[in-house]
Design a protein around this ligand. Sequence first.
Ligand code: ATP
Ligand code: MG
Length: 317
Amino acid sequence: EAAGPTIVAGEILVEIMATEQGLGFLEPLALMGPYPSGAPAIFIDQVAKLGGGAGIVACVGRDDFGTINLERLKRDGVDISAVSVSDRFPTGSAFVRYRPDGGRDFVYNIAESAAGQIRLTPEARRLADDAGHLHVMGSTLSVAGLKEIVAYAAKAVRGRGGSTSFDPNVRKELIDGADGALLSALVDDADLLLPSGDELLAAAGVNDEKEAVAALIARGVGEIVLKRGAAGSTRFGADGSRIDCAGFLVEEVDPTGAGDCFGATYLTCRRKGMEPAKALFYANAAGARNVTRRGPMEGLAGFDVLDDFIAGTARAT
Ligand code: ATP
Ligand code: MG
């Protein structure tokens, strides 16, 4: 395990949510926010909360939406030296409203916001050159500058004996054929793969969970942790082992961010040398606690808070 912080690259956003469930945004309604957000930001803030070294490559606007994000990341201990500030583009945003059936409606402003201006700057190179781990999210790869940053950072981290993880939450319609090679390389090289639901099957290109795990391990993946929402999670080891972890019983107030909070917790526990079963347990607790708070980053928690949560919360059996 190489020394050096865990790094991510991608969108920093604010999230603004409808206070009442319903369908979309077609009439005036009560909104709450801005909340700091963006999948890479959620992930890296949780790494820092657990005491892990953490850094992010991103771009925000010179506005209050950018400021609340940068203040939060800085407060929690994330290195923001590679976050550039655009004078021309506003910070990205996502409006979300929850449907009664559990679905979500979004209005995004990402590609044409500051988040779309992310580039491989000298500061980004510097961050990558010192990093010990790179976490990549498939969902962010459609942004123009991201592929170059990920390619550079993966090479730098690998070069110094570091490790990588990959969340294959790829929106297929946003990835053209030329990216297929980059995606398969990210999967093949991943020390840790963090799919949720059917993403496991999609990443392997087969229709059965067991076959998918075997195929991915054969391609070189170090370990696979499958996220199952309220049902918990499962960890598959390269040695053929399997550990299931039941979900904690909580009231889900806001599901956004659970997957990233979970993944950051599992990874950080592992980087600290924790056994897979214990890391999985903490990750389940972190994901479950996060859905009990409104705002994707408001339920992130360090070990003290997680230990209290674990002591006071029942699990499904
Ligand atoms: P996202 O919606 O952020 O993309 P995801 O689909 O990647 O999330 P989930 O499976 O929804 O990931 O959540 C990650 C983990 O968080 C789960 O494996 C579980 O441990 C925990 N979790 C999520 N939702 C709940 C819930 N309602 N109750 C208990 N635990 C939950
Ligand atoms: Mg997901």
